[in-house]
Every structure is written in structure tokens, then in C-alpha cells.
Design a protein around this ligand. Structure first.
Ligand SMILES: [Zn+2]
Length: 132
């Protein structure tokens, strides 16, 4: 990959990392405020247990997704610095330029990514061992 193109991805990834770090920070703060709202239980006339549980769950889910994404972004930045950016971490082939434009933090080419998903969707024990 051309240095110029790679530098463009690096700028993009660093900006994404900053955004994610900020978002994770603020959603963690929001979570803490939700959980430890002072005086909340005593001020409420009704039972507070069912209130806002769904909202809290989705906030936790969002912050977990963001953390995972942040890990991928950090991995991609490391690969740029190691000179391995744009190389599939599984099969070693170059990752399609279009795919990198769409998901610059991906570690896998489209074939390997598809393979990973299929493995998750179809557990190995359900597959006949026809290749052996
Ligand atoms: Zn691959």
C-alpha cells in the first residue's frame, strides 16, 4: 500500500479512536450516574426496580460495542505502525481497498471475515465432516 494512502487511513483511525474514547468515557459516566443517583429510591413513591432497566441495558450494550470497536481501531493503528496494515491477519493476503475504505479497522479480508461469521452461525458439530 502507498504510504500516502496509508497515512490517510491512519488519520481516519486516530480520529475514530478519539471519538470512541470520548463516547466510552461519557457513556460510562452516564451509567455511573444512572446507577448511583442519590436519593432516587427514597424519592420515588412506586417501586423503582422495573424502571429504566431497559435503558440501562442498552447503554451497557452500546458501551460494550464501542469498547470492542475501539480495540479493533487500536489494533489497526498498531498494524499501520508495524507495516502490516491492509494485510489480512488470517490468510496474509491484501485486504480489498474498497473494504478498507468501508471498514478501515478490519483485520481480515472479506473471505476470512465471511468464514468467521459462518463458523459462528453454524457450530462445527452440526457440519458433516465431508472434507476429512
Ligand atoms: Zn484473509
Amino acid at each position: 500500500m502507498e504510504k500516502k494512502v496509508q497515512a490517510g487511513f491512519e488519520v481516519q483511525l486516530i480520529a475514530l479512536r478519539q471519538r470512541l474514547t470520548r463516547e466510552i468515557d461519557s457513556s460510562e459516566r452516564a451509567l455511573r450516574e444512572d446507577v448511583f443517583k442519590p436519593g432516587r429510591i427514597t424519592n420515588l413513591p412506586t417501586h423503582p426496580a422495573d424502571e429504566d432497566v431497559e435503558g440501562l441495558d442498552s447503554e451497557i450494550a452500546i458501551s460494550q460495542n464501542e469498547s470492542r470497536l475501539l480495540e479493533q481501531v487500536e489494533g489497526a493503528i498498531e498494524r499501520i505502525r508495524a507495516g502490516a496494515f491492509g494485510i489480512c491477519q488470517k490468510c496474509g493476503h491484501e485486504i480489498d481497498a474498497e473494504r478498507l475504505q468501508a471498514v478501515p479497522y478490519t483485520a481480515y479480508c472479506i473471505e476470512c471475515a465471511r468464514g468467521e461469521r459462518e463458523q459462528i452461525e453454524k457450530p462445527v458439530r452440526d457440519e458433516p465432516r465431508r472434507f476429512l
